[in-house]
Design a binder for this molecule. Structure first.
Ligand code: G6P
Length: 489
């Protein structure tokens, strides 16, 4: 469609994710402080001029009163954000419960909770009910703001029910759904009591996207084996209705990282870090403090490396930045204690009066500090037990144009499929192998480092987040047009 001035009109995109890219802190009865968090998804869409993105998501705070809800809605509108208000009990059952205690672990191949089977079954049912209720609340808000021609792009495991709810409102809505986690083998998915309902709800979308071809294949085989539907090269067919299924590997806004390295605050940070760690090789882990990231395994491998290589003990430091996340979920609380215990033990064992082998931080870094730390790193450790894609590996590569450091990467991260040729691939469960890959990385020849870095740098700078978003949305538009043509024939 064209505007009156002849310029192509921007397509309106409703981007729906559990979390809005803006977090709100209440300052008074009707006043709010908003903090914009420029995560990967926001960046991806900022760079795309064809769309006008509007965000719909959970406000992230409990706002039980109407005055508060109205004022927050107004404040968020300036950022093109529309809040979904969830009460505390729903958040507890939907977000802490079904999303992060059931779906998230399961999709990363960590089995369902099984401590007390009866109690688990009961809470499972009420959590699933809350999950459906929350998805319906998202659908209600979307439906209120939807205008004909909009594209609705739903994100992640929190919102698997959303495509179905939306199509029930309006079968003509263009609905895409993208999963940012792995989709596990159908043998894992079928352990989920609500396995079929979830698959059917997702299949209501026009286009279903995953980071890798394997995840897409797992999804299709879950639909064929569990639902008995037909898998085709295009996707999944149910009584003549096709749901398109495909892989769309995400990337990062690599230019933003490359440009940041030229900024004086970043240069200042870099100098500071270089002085602080002079004479030592810097190893780096940056993750949300999540069980899928393999943080204990990584630290244990580092301990083994120190144990077996006494000459390296005063020549290397591991910086582990662990950003607290989902802190109301007991499994995450346990993990935090476990990591602290291991770090304490290793620092006690190998530390001296003036230096410790592991610098562990329980917090995030601002963007400038983050770029600086990537730039001074010699060896990055991305050793997730499972990971949808993992963009830390991409960000590290983008910041390594001068250092050409080594990436040790889990074969179970989606990124292994794109950066595998440049990285050292490891099985993170194999602590012995991981320890020896640290030695290999630290002693690698400059020639090999350059070759590996070049491969990854080319990939990271040519497969950007903008390209990812454009590809998904244009594929979604095409899919809908094709479906219309098919039904007219
Ligand atoms: C992963 C998920 C995202 C989620 C993020 C942070 O990357 O795929 O959907 O937003 O973790 O987790 P949180 O629970 O804090 O939103």
């Amino acid at each position: 469609s064209e505007r009156l001035d002849g310029r192509p009109q921007k397509q309106r995109l409703l981007v729906v994710a559990n979390r809005l890219p803006v977090s709100a802190v209440r300052k008074g009865k009707d006043s709010w402080a908003l903090e914009v968090s420029v995560g990967g998804l926001v960046r991806a869409l900022l760079g795309v001029n064809e769309f006008e993105a509007n965000w719909i998501g959970w406000a992230g705070v409990n706002v039980p009163d109407e005055i508060g809800q109205r004022s927050l809605t107004e404040a968020l509108a300036e950022k093109r954000c529309i809040p979904v208000f969830l009460d505390q009990e729903t958040v507890h059952q939907y977000y802490n419960g079904y999303c992060n205690n059931i779906l998230w672990p399961l999709f990363h191949y960590l089995p369902l909770p099984q401590e007390d089977r009866l109690a688990t079954t009961r809470s499972f049912q009420s959590q699933f009910a809350a999950y459906k209720k929350a998805n319906q609340m998202f659908a209600d808000v979307i439906n209120e703001h939807y205008q004909e021609g909009d594209v609705v792009w739903c994100h992640d495991y929190h919102l698997m029910f959303l495509p179905k709810c939306l199509k029930e409102y309006n079968s003509k809505m263009k609905v895409g759904w993208f999963l940012h986690t792995p989709f596990p083998s159908s043998e894992i998915h079928r352990t989920l009591p609500s396995r079929s309902e979830l698959l059917r709800a997702v299949l209501a979308a026009d286009l279903v996207g995953f980071h890798t071809y394997d995840y897409a294949r797992h999804f299709v085989s879950a639909c064929t084996r569990i639902l008995g539907l037909e898998g085709t090269p295009e996707g999944v067919e149910d009584q003549g209705k096709l749901t398109r299924v495909a892989a769309f590997p995400i990337g990062i806004d690599s230019d933003r990282f490359i440009r940041a390295l030229e900024l004086s605050p970043v240069k200042y940070h870099i100098k500071e870090l270089q002085e602080r760690f002079a004479g030592r090789k810097v190893m780096l882990g940056i993750d949300r403090l999540d069980m899928i990231k393999g943080i204990p395994q990584r630290i244990l491998a580092f301990e083994k490396f120190l144990e077996e290589n006494p000459d390296w003990r005063d020549k290397v430091v591991l910086l582990q930045i662990a950003v607290p996340t989902r802190t109301d979920v007991p499994e995450y609380q346990k993990l935090t204690c476990q990591v602290h215990e291991i770090v304490g033990r290793i620092n006690g064992r190998f530390g001296t009066l003036t230096a410790v082998p592991i610098h562990h931080l329980d917090r995030s870094l601002d963007f400038h500090a983050l770029c600086a730390i990537y730039a001074v790193t010699d060896v990055a450790l991305v050793t997730s037990l499972r990971d949808g894609m993992n963009l830390v590996s991409y960000e590290f590569v983008a910041c390594q144009a001068s250092k050409k450091g080594v990436l040790i990467l889990s074969e179970f991260a989606g990124a292994a499929q794109s950066l595998g040729a440049g990285a050292i691939l490891v099985n993170p469960w194999n602590v012995t192998e991981l320890a020896s890959s640290i030695v290999y990385a630290l002693t690698m020849s400059a020639h090999e480092r350059e070759k590996r870095h070049h491969h990854n740098f080319m990939h990271v700078t040519t497969h950007t987040s903008q390209e990812w978003a454009e590809t998904f949305v244009s594929e979604l538009n095409d899919t809908v047009v094709e479906a219309q043509l098919r039904t007219r024939q």
